[in-house]
Design a protein around this ligand. Structure first.
Ligand code: ZN
Length: 123
């Protein structure tokens, strides 16, 4: 058995996608609990809603557009208005503050560039 610090470090590595307050709360609850219930441990280990409801661009959180976990968040504030508009057409509830993964950003950059090229050919 390790000491609290080594368990804490392992916990921090495993649940780094939670914010610090959440990690502190859950770790403290588990560490201080004399007999953690199996169901509570399963909830912590298997609850994907925790990640899904985490609408911050944290490492490992789900991209709001493609729903895949990502560690490569795009800088949504740097998107052009044309790209932001194209995303909003397909995802009306999406907001820039939710960000998006790098793969989705690339997809929309290419789609908007292709649409622009088509319009130039028609003109
Ligand atoms: Zn995505």
């Amino acid at each position: 058995m390790g000491n609290e610090a080594s368990h804490r470090a392992a916990f921090e590595r495993a649940f780094g996608f939670w914010d610090e307050a959440k990690r502190e709360q859950v770790f403290r609850g588990l560490w201080d609990e004399q007999a953690p219930r199996h169901a509570d441990l399963v909830d912590i280990a298997c609850d994907p809603r925790e990640v899904r409801t985490l609408h911050k661009s944290s490492p490992g959180a789900l991209c709001p557009l493609c729903d895949f976990p990502t560690f490569g968040w795009a800088d949504a504030a740097a998107l052009t208005p044309a790209i932001t508009a194209a995303i909003s057409v397909e995802f009306p509830a999406w907001e820039v503050s939710q960000s998006l993964c790098g793969r989705c950003r690339k997809t929309y950059v290419v789609a908007v560039a292709a649409a622009g090229a088509r319009q130039m050919q028609l003109a």
